[in-house]
Design a protein around this ligand. Structure first.
Ligand SMILES: *[C@@H]1O[C@H](CO)[C@@H](O)[C@H](O)[C@H]1NC(C)=O
Ligand SMILES: *[C@@H]1O[C@H](CO)[C@@H](O)[C@H](O)[C@H]1NC(C)=O
Ligand SMILES: *[C@@H]1O[C@H](CO)[C@@H](O)[C@H](O)[C@H]1NC(C)=O
Ligand SMILES: *[C@@H]1O[C@H](CO)[C@@H](O)[C@H](O)[C@H]1NC(C)=O
Ligand SMILES: *[C@@H]1O[C@H](CO)[C@@H](O)[C@H](O)[C@H]1NC(C)=O
Ligand SMILES: *[C@@H]1O[C@H](CO)[C@@H](O)[C@H](O)[C@H]1NC(C)=O
Ligand SMILES: *[C@@H]1O[C@H](CO)[C@@H](O)[C@H](O)[C@H]1NC(C)=O
Length: 404
């Protein structure tokens, strides 16, 4: 607490600084109160007669239920469904789901409780050699290698990595056919995590989440790159809203306390509320030890309508939505031609959030608020000090005159 001394006034508080500091610091945690908590269950639904990886996350709130169905049947995909009842259930008809025409094989019942539904499909792992590509060159840049179709990967048994305590599970895969042995010592892993309340993971980029969202962490580790300066990327497809694609939106903040040197938050919004969102910070990491030194940029191409047949098809998406033809796709590319890259440690990780409702947005962190309050307070101090000085001088001057 700062106080100024003046000869005639005794001490006076210095302008608004202490109050500004206090109120701003108090505003931050208050903004995060009142988040809904959810009763989250995670279940692996195994198929008969051929077992398949189908992970059902059911998150029940006071008067709504969210369903996230993740699967590596076909390319890794998730169907997200929000309903306005606590009673909605997932129904799987395996004989339909595994058939060539899977429509109706996946349903959320009762159907009229569905308020929003969409899907994400991770279609391809991209690789390009960025040797000789000037920094900041337009995307896509570098010599592309043939992409790895994620529909042709073989995946581990999700049951082995299911952890109900942390509400997480890991899909780990490698190409079913890998003649060059690039994945001999490596894999692509997709770690899915659900949350029963709001919070923030310990590891950067520390995305703020609510109980309405799931986190996906994509890790490529130990895979032999095909070039000396290979950059990897991910092709992501989603369902459009009518004829239009979801809207991409960038948010900027002066605050980088939770994700060092990253001042941007990228979002994909499916429409007006209640709707879905995908959210990520444009940063990936080239080491397990995530920090400023291992941070890579992450560029997203524009989202544009894409013909369904040009994308690997996801049976769960077709099972739930029929045969949608309003796909939109975009590419994420990780790293710059210069600076740290996958080549350093053969490691890359990137995180995103997928959810329903209003996307969580960071309030300014207490540290930054404190710095701001001090920074804003300093000119106030100077002004007040200057004012006092002038007043005193004036007084002295008039006293001096009166003595004269
Ligand atoms: C995974 O393992 C469990 C038993 O541990 C088994 O019941 C299930 O069918 C397996 N799933 C797959 C996809 O192999
Ligand atoms: C859900 O429940 C809360 C309180 O339990 C209530 O305030 C809110 O209006 C309800 N929402 C809907 C859509 O019914
Ligand atoms: C699954 O779908 C098939 C084909 O439509 C149908 O014959 C069968 O009865 C369904 N099974 C269940 C359990 O609903
Ligand atoms: C859920 O929404 C449907 C229409 O979308 C409505 O008919 C139904 O009454 C709603 N149910 C509840 C419990 O609010
Ligand atoms: C995989 O690891 C083994 C033993 O560590 C090594 O001999 C082999 O060369 C590695 N293969 C590739 C493709 O890196
Ligand atoms: C990688 O670098 C080595 C030595 O610098 C070179 O011989 C080789 O041709 C390069 N490979 C590619 C794919 O550029
Ligand atoms: C993503 O990049 C790959 C390789 O450069 C390209 O074939 C594909 O069309 C791109 N997809 C989108 C949706 O831009």
């Amino acid at each position: 607490m700062c106080r100024c001394w003046g000869p005639y006034w005794g001490w006076v508080p210095c302008g608004p600084t202490p109050w500004l500091l206090l109120s701003l610091v108090c505003a931050a945690p208050l903004g995060m109160l009142g988040e809904e908590t959810r009763q989250v269950s995670m279940e692996v639904i195994s198929g008969c007669p051929t077992p398949q990886n189908l992970l059902h996350i059911r998150a029940v709130g006071t008067n709504s239920t969210l369903h996230y169905v993740w699967s590596t049947l076909g390319p890794p995909a998730v169907v997200l469904v929000a309903t306005n009842t606590t009673q909605s259930v997932l129904s799987v008809n395996w004989s339909l789901l595994l058939s060539p025409d899977p429509e109706g094989g996946l349903m959320v019942l009762p159907k009229n409780s569905i308020q929003f539904s969409s899907a994400l499909v991770f279609t391809r792992l991209l690789e390009s050699d960025s040797t000789g590509v000037p920094e900041g060159a337009a995307q896509p840049s570098g010599r592309p290698y043939p992409p790895y179709s994620l529909a042709e990967f073989s995946w581990n048994n999700i049951s082995d990595s299911l952890d109900r305590a942390t509400l997480s599970a890991i899909f780990q895969g490698h190409p079913a056919d890998d003649p060059a042995g690039a994945f001999a010592n490596g894999s692509l892993a997709l770690k899915v995590q659900a949350f029963s309340g709001s919070g923030r993971p310990a590891q950067p980029p520390r995305l703020l989440h609510t109980a309405d969202a799931c986190q996906l962490e994509v890790t490529l580790a130990g895979v032999s790159p095909r070039g000396n300066h290979s950059r990897f990327g991910l092709e992501v497809a989603t369902l459009g809203t009518g004829p239009a694609c979801p809207t991409a939106k960038e948010l900027h903040s002066i605050d980088d306390e939770y994700a060092p040197a990253v001042f941007q938050l990228d979002q994909l919004l499916w429409g007006s509320s209640p709707s879905g969102f995908m959210q990520w910070r444009p940063v990936a990491f080239s080491q397990k030890q995530r920090g400023r030194d291992s941070a890579l940029s992450c560029q997203a191409s524009a989202l544009h309508p894409t013909l369904a047949y040009s994308l690997p098809q996801s049976p769960i998406v077709r099972a739930f939505f029929g045969s949608p033809n309003n796909f939109c796709a975009f590419n994420l590319t990780f790293g710059d031609p210069t600076g740290p890259g996958y080549w350093d440690q053969h490691y890359l990780s990137w995180s995103m959030l997928l959810g329903v409702g209003t996307p969580p947005v960071d309030a300014l962190s207490p540290l930054v608020l404190g710095i701001m309050a001090v920074a804003l307070g300093t000119p106030g101090l100077v002004l007040l000090g200057g004012g006092l000085f002038l007043l005193l001088r004036h007084k002295q001057y008039s006293e001096y005159q009166s003595i004269n």
